[in-house]
Design a protein around this ligand. Structure first.
Ligand code: FES
Length: 127
């Protein structure tokens, strides 16, 4: 049984700066997720490009474009809207990062994995 929540200190998640990565063993041995802060709010996604199944960040935590307005995949440059995870430019335009529920309260950013776990259970009822 894996933890259903991941918690970071709010102060560790800076506005339009480096994202924080975390493991997602629910999705496989090497799967990761990430959380970024954009226009004061945290947003979390599975760290897998909608174009090909690779992580977005070659340099750990570098998820933003140079102008800090979009999330970018380092492999072929797909760009995603930080608030929705929707790809707005690049080879997977119109597709979507997989969002993870995230809340912020009492100086803590919490990623909630229950919805991810529920979705996985529906996909493979044997687990
Ligand atoms: S793998 Fe991300 S844009 Fe191609």
């Amino acid at each position: 049984m894996h933890d259903q929540t991941i918690v970071f200190k709010s102060s560790d998640l800076q506005e339009q700066s480096l994202g924080l990565r975390f493991d997602l063993p629910q999705l496989g041995e090497h799967a990761t997720g990430f959380v970024i802060r954009f226009e004061t709010k945290p947003y979390a996604y599975v760290n897998q490009c909608a174009h090909m199944p690779v992580e977005l960040d070659w340099n750990e935590g570098k998820f933003f474009t140079v102008d800090k307005t979009f999330i970018i995949c380092a492999t072929h440059g797909a760009q995603y809207a930080p608030e929705t995870g929707r790809c707005i430019a690049g080879p997977c335009k119109g597709k979507q990062l997989q969002p993870l529920a995230v809340t912020e309260k009492n100086n803590k950013v919490t990623i909630h994995l229950d919805s991810l776990v529920d979705a996985l259970k529906k996909q493979s009822p044997k687990t």
